[in-house]
Design a protein around this ligand. Sequence first.
Ligand SMILES: [Zn+2]
Length: 303
Amino acid sequence: MRGTTGTPELPWQWPEATWREIVGKVRAGRSLKPGQWKDGARVAVALSFDSDHESGTLREGESSPGKLSQGQYGHRQGVPRVLALLEKYGIPATFFVPAVIAMLYPDEQRRVVSAGHEIGLHGWIHERNSTLPAEAERDLQQRAADTLERIAGIRPVGIRTPSWDLSPHTIAISREMGLLYDSSLMADDEPYELLENGQPTGLVELPVEWIRDDAIYFNMDRYSALRPYTPPMSVLEIFKAEFDGAFAERGLFLLTMHPHIIGHRSRIALLERLVAHIRGHAGVWFATHAEIARYVKAQAGSP
Ligand SMILES: [Zn+2]
């Protein structure tokens, strides 16, 4: 219902200008896929861990100790196992952390940063930002950046929006804050420049996809029919195939995981096998999201 004349319009009644405006609000611009990756590497690998922990429960206004304990597992077992694996293979990664989780577990964030990993924005309390008024969204995003900087000692340069949701204001807020990159959208496999209302924003998009997310394969809900439907080793096959495609195309392989999900014994094993598969290839550049965003932006130069 977007009619401005007082007459409600349904989507099939929209004039061309209306649907063009909607589609053009936030759009993929030029590809930022470089001619070659750093030091002549053939493929770039960006592993990310969204340290949601208890925030997925808190953001729903729930207080169930059982659900919260599933989140705390991410701190007690998930992050330590992930950090141990990354250290074993000398791989840098990016952790996207809601501010409330950073405040619950400040030592965890300092440990992540001291191990050489990046910390990026992931909302205040994993709020549903697409439902917020612009002022509230701006306030939360700025306070989250201040909080991560205070706790981790480094101001974040990138954002992954909670649940990959964007409001009509999210990109404008990220630009106001001078961020380098967003990693929440899905218009490509390769990095690209975000356009807002047809204009280049200078923001690098490092695209995600549900296919390359551990949560969709393993999540369950006690009171619905939602149950894990893919065995861990089948998820490994999917992730390997996504990497193999990126390697063949000399592109980017970006994978989203969650410590409270991937950190279980049966699943951290699949991550280790994936890392072994990737390391079996020559010309792999493991990097943080910020390193990749900086590299592709420098390679591409100005539009
Ligand atoms: Zn999340």
